[in-house]
Design a binder for this molecule. Structure first.
Ligand SMILES: C=C(O[C@@H]1C=C(C(=O)O)C=C[C@H]1O)C(=O)O
Length: 378
């Protein structure tokens, strides 16, 4: 050993010893925390109340972020606490989550971001199958893509939401970076490109400029496209890094999505509802409405929101498929449907609607940017 590395070791050693002591203390505290979670699980079991409480988990993360002196980044604290809570939750009851599979999809990534790793994921072939798995009780929760920052809404999810008896209980978004992947890592012998239509749409500019002659084929998911490419050397897939790892593919080109900030928002579905979040965590409520086919109907339907001072954060239409140019409107408002002001606003809004469906209230996803601090303390 050189003299230089001996002196480096001498400097590092006491710090490592201190880390060992800190880690032992952390584990003691984690065990203590886990015992409390297990007791909470027993209490919930007696009343059959839901184990997973997204509104409480958001509160815990926010308190942890605000307790930090800033040495660790908020996103680092958030992901550490997501895993701590995932492990604690698994002591209460096994969490099962249906997602759009196979492995390596952005849905799987969103699922782990929201629930942590101490869960059992159930891969489904179609978005509708995710809904069915939760409705039938095969899975406690389901996660489905709702909208993409480049391509807009995921219509199959919107249509399935119209028919389902499930509620939305939380939302989570993930950055979506696409790569052009093949078995060999080159384009030699490639005759076509597979991906989910949403992903093909997110990369259309790049594809037109760089590989305009390669036919684009639709796959039920990016994971499915990656699976095809792993089985056939004439196929390239557009998918994320996790799909490349899962199916042993190599990138020919990385980050080919047209918008560098491309993100997809997912929603979590369950039979249970949520309770209002504690401030400063805020909730939102998602609704589907249709209005009578007459002049000014949508204006009259939305007036109660203005009157009760409720802010609307999303408004989107989807054809009612009746062939009569009628529409369903997908609306997000700020606030929880159990809070008195929202109850009043929704009562008035219902009166003006031909159709009204409350999809559920859930905590607004927290953005842990560098300057984040809401003042909440542990
Ligand atoms: C421990 C609880 O159950 C779950 C685990 C949580 C945790 O580990 O902090 C928080 C909310 C629940 O999803 C609880 O409800 O407080």
């Amino acid at each position: 050993m050189s003299q230089e590395s001996q002196s480096t070791d001498k400097e590092i050693q006491p710090l490592r010893e201190e880390i060992n002591q800190i880690d032992a203390r952390i584990v003691e505290l984690l065990d203590k925390r886990a015992k409390n979670a297990r007791k909470i699980g027993e209490i919930k079991g007696k009343t059959d109340s839901p184990v997973y409480r997204p509104e409480r988990e958001n509160e815990v993360i926010l308190m942890a972020v605000n307790h930090s002196d800033g040495t660790l980044k908020p996103e680092g604290i958030s992901s550490i606490f997501k895993e701590i809570m995932s492990a604690c939750r698994s002591l209460e009851k096994k969490t099962t989550v249906a997602f759009l599979g196979p492995r390596g999809t952005f849905s799987e990534m969103a699922m782990f971001k929201q629930f942590g790793r101490s869960i059992q994921g159930i891969a489904c072939d179609q978005i509708e199958e995710v809904f069915r798995a939760v409705e039938a009780g095969t899975s406690q929760f389901g996660i489905v893509p709702m909208e993409n920052s480049t391509e807009g809404s995921v219509n199959r999810t919107l249509d399935a939401l119209l028919r389902t008896s499930l509620s939305i209980i939380s939302e989570v978004s993930v950055p979506v970076h696409h790569n052009l992947l093949t078995k060999s890592g080159t384009l030699e012998g490639i005759t076509r490109i597979y991906s989910h239509p949403q992903s093909l749409g997110q990369c259309v500019g790049w594809l037109n400029s760089n590989v305009p002659d390669l036919p684009r084929m639709s796959a039920s998911s990016n994971g499915e496209a990656a699976k095809k490419a792993s089985e056939d050397p004439t196929i390239a897939a557009i998918a994320g890094e996790t799909a490349a790892e899962a199916f042993g593919l190599k990138p020919v080109f990385e980050h080919i999505q047209d918008d560098a900030g491309n993100r997809t928002r997912f929603v979590v579905l369950a039979k249970q509802g949520t309770e209002p979040s504690k401030a400063p965590v805020k909730d939102k409520t998602s609704l589907i409405i249709s209005v009578p086919h007459k002049a000014g109907a949508i204006y009259h339907a939305l007036k109660p929101l203005d009157y009760h001072n409720v802010s609307m954060t999303k408004f989107e239409s989807r054809p009612a498929r009746s062939g009569t140019w009628e529409y369903y409107f997908y609306i997000d408002i700020e606030g929880h449907c159990k809070s008195p002001d929202i109850i009043r606003a929704l009562d008035d809004l219902k009166d003006e609607c031909a159709f009204f469906k409350n999809l559920g209230s859930y905590p607004i996803e927290q953005d842990f940017g560098p300057k984040h601090n809401t003042g909440a303390k542990l």
